[in-house]
Design a protein around this ligand. Structure first.
Ligand code: FES
Length: 224
């Protein structure tokens, strides 16, 4: 396997030729904000727009999950332009995400908390008008609870269910603000092709998909 060398934030590193900048950075202990990236995916989803970096010689920031490394490349993860774009992407996400961390089963494991701390963005940001959804929570699976109101549309669960496992119980539906992850006919999870493996829960970066044993709402409702 051929490797090349590049510099990220003044740190000289080596990476496999063809590797994306995001993975080269993370492998070398350099954090770049990200939500939707999955290493095993053949193609990056590139939907969250959080992984912007600046590369010397480029006229604008690029997403690290789509940009392949090159010999001699010089990358800056903290440039003002890259940070501004990532902050805006995060604040837009947070404007439609119910922020109630104390009562969320994803608390402390939630990537939004880590991202907000890293990018110095308040979880209850007021930069954009709040637009929260009030969709029904699906507790029909014996294994997990799906709260679509907390979903950040990163696509990880869809990739796992469709591409990795080939089950295809869930996918994206609708466009714009209505866009959501759902079963194909919109039926409850328990009536879909879901086999209850829980792999979608394991890749969810927030508290949208949680195992029932972790769900205080479910416990309070007497469902577990
Ligand atoms: S991690 Fe690059 S766009 Fe989401």
């Amino acid at each position: 396997m051929k490797t090349i060398s590049l510099t990220i934030d003044d740190k000289r590193i080596r990476a496999r030729e063809g590797e994306k900048v995001l993975w080269a950075a993370l492998d070398n202990g350099i954090y770049i904000p990200n939500l939707c990236a999955l290493r095993d995916a053949a193609e990056p989803f590139a939907g969250c727009r959080l992984c912007f970096v600046e590369i010397e010689g480029y006229d604008r920031p690029v997403t690290a999950c789509t940009e392949p490394v090159r010999e001699g490349m010089v990358v800056h993860t903290n440039s003002p332009r890259a940070q501004r774009l990532a902050r805006t992407a995060l604040e837009l996400l947070l404007s439609s995400h119910p922020v109630d961390c104390a009562n969320c089963p994803g608390n402390r494991a939630c990537e939004l908390q880590r991202l907000a701390a890293h990018l110095r963005v308040k979880l209850k940001t007021r930069r954009f008008r709040r637009l929260e959804r009030e969709l029904p929570v699906d507790s029909s699976s014996p294994v997990f609870v799906y709260n679509p109101n907390k979903c950040v549309l990163c696509g990880r669960c869809v990739w796992v269910c469709q591409e990795k496992l080939g089950i295809g119980a869930i996918g994206f539906a609708h466009r714009g603000f209505q866009r959501m992850v759902t079963t194909f006919a919109g039926e409850p999870i328990a009536q879909s092709r879901c086999q209850g493996c829980g792999d979608c829960v394991r890749v969810c970066p927030v508290g949208a998909l949680v195992f029932k044993n972790d769900c205080p709402e479910d416990k309070a409702a007497g469902r577990i």
